[in-house]
Ligand binder design. Structure first.
Ligand code: HSE
Length: 439
């Protein structure tokens, strides 16, 4: 049996999990890959710290286990890339620096397979990386980059190769889902729930990407490219985070038979794609509404095979590492015959503003007789059919109520709000909150 040698660059939470699985399961993995999978070397700045959690032998680390300067680490990475005996490199350094991008491109040019969980660099610089993998006939494994342990990439690429994904909707950021679940289930406010997510280790110390929709947006961009073949720019996705979701919004959602989730949504529509990441009200009879805590769930609606759900752990050391190791086995087994992402760019990304959706609009108005009628009349005049009007929360001088619509466009809603402003210039105390409803 030939050796298939692996190196890991960056041995933090995910990289150390990969090392552990490679060492624990060498026999099984080798049988599955039909080649002896060998963890040959690791490059990390702080080997002793990285080796600690899973007792990784220090002699596997370049430099013999002593701490490295950045320059030394860079030199060792180059050494690994130049080492002809190494077949595959796992990148688990993270970030989107030019330094990292260049090392990844160098790996592919050296005709080594590359496996990464780095969603940010794939979403932002994926084109250069996928093109290079194709030119050099090597695999670029990225199963772990979208929803950690959930095998969504291979399912779309392999299992659904005979079908077409028409719609993707999912909960792809565990931190946001944990926060929203705590707010809804335990009545906590946003700041307290965020602090708990940080204490549980779900959110980063700087959780900006998690709560702003950025992390989820990276994942959606990767899935769109894979499922629809279009290289959507991450910056073109309309991203709204969960920072402004309050207890009141969750109360209105509950009254309307919904919960609020940060939803990644993309759909093929008339030869185009709409895509967005934003908080949505999810009806209680939609399975996504039941997904609570840090769990991830992706729903795919396919043309021929119908609806599928993928649910599981979206983060975690060994969970994410298991996806990376699966890509290592896959690369060893199929060598350069893995189909990397190819783009057709036939489908163009368009704004969802003119596509019909059901919406919930929460109004905070001056409280006087006739205000609800004025608001609902303005909505009706834009040919928007109303589904439900909530109870009115009379709060001092304010009336706060929600209107759930039947499918209509955001354009229609904006016109209705402009009409309200025209008819009663000082009636709206705050900008109405508009949130799509996922049925
Ligand atoms: N921080 C992410 C989450 C996991 O909360 O889901 C890595 O993308």
């Amino acid at each position: 049996m030939e050796n298939f040698n692996v190196a890991i660059i960056g041995c933090g939470t995910v990289g150390s999990g990969v090392a552990k699985i490679l060492l624990d399961m060498q026999n099984e993995l080798s049988v599955r890959a039909n080649q002896k999978i060998v963890l040959k070397s690791i490059v990390d700045i702080y080997p002793a710290k990285s080796a600690q959690t899973y007792n990784i032998p220090l002699n596997l680390f370049k430099g013999g286990g002593k701490d490295l300067s950045k320059e030394e680490a860079s030199k060792y990475i180059d050494e690994v890339i130049a080492d002809k005996s190494i077949n595959l490199i796992v990148e688990s350094i993270g970030g989107t620096s030019d330094f990292l991008l260049n090392k990844m491109l160098d790996t592919l040019k050296a005709k080594k397979h590359l496996v990464t969980a780095n969603k940010a660099i794939l979403a932002e610089q994926g084109k250069a990386l996928f093109n290079s993998a194709k030119e050099n006939n090597v695999c670029l494994g990225y199963e772990a980059s979208v929803c950690g342990a959930i095998p969504i990439i291979k399912s779309i690429r392999e299992s659904f190769a005979g079908d077409q994904v028409m719609e993707i909707s999912g909960i792809m950021n565990g931190t946001s889902n944990y926060i929203l679940s705590k707010m809804q289930e335990e009545g906590l406010d946003f700041a307290t729930a965020l602090k708990m997510a940080q204490e549980m280790g779900y959110a980063e110390a700087d959780p900006t990407l998690d709560i702003s929709g950025g992390d989820a947006g990276h994942k959606l961009a990767i899935l769109i490219k894979l499922a629809f073949g279009t290289d959507v720019k991450y910056n073109d996705l309309m991203l709204t985070g969960i920072q402004k979701v309050g207890k009141e919004d969750l109360d209105f959602a509950n009254e309307m038979g919904c919960t609020i989730k940060l939803i990644c949504y993309a759909r093929k529509i008339d030869g185009k794609i709409i895509a967005t990441v934003k908080p949505m009200m999810v009806k209680y009879d939609n399975f996504l509404s039941k997904v609570s805590g840090a769990t991830n769930c992706v729903q795919l609606v396919n043309k021929y095979s119908g609806t599928h759900y993928f649910i599981g752990k979206g983060a975690g050391s060994l969970e994410t590492a298991s996806s990376i190791v699966a890509d290592i086995v896959f690369s060893a087994r199929y060598n350069d015959r893995i189909q990397n992402i190819t783009e057709s760019d036939i489908l163009q990304l368009v704004s969802s503003d003119n596509v019909e959706f059901a919406y919930n609009i929460t109004f905070a108005t001056v409280d006087y007789p006739g205000i609800t009628g004025l608001v609902t009349t303005a909505i009706g005049e834009q040919h928007i059919n109303i589904d439900t009007v909530s109870h009115n929360r009379h709060n001092k001088e304010r009336a706060i109520f929600s209107v759930a619509t039947m499918p209509c466009t955001l354009e229609q809603i904006k016109k209705a709000i402009a009409q309200i402003r025209l008819k009663a210039p000082s009636a709206l105390i705050e900008e109405p909150k508009i949130i799509p409803i996922l049925k």
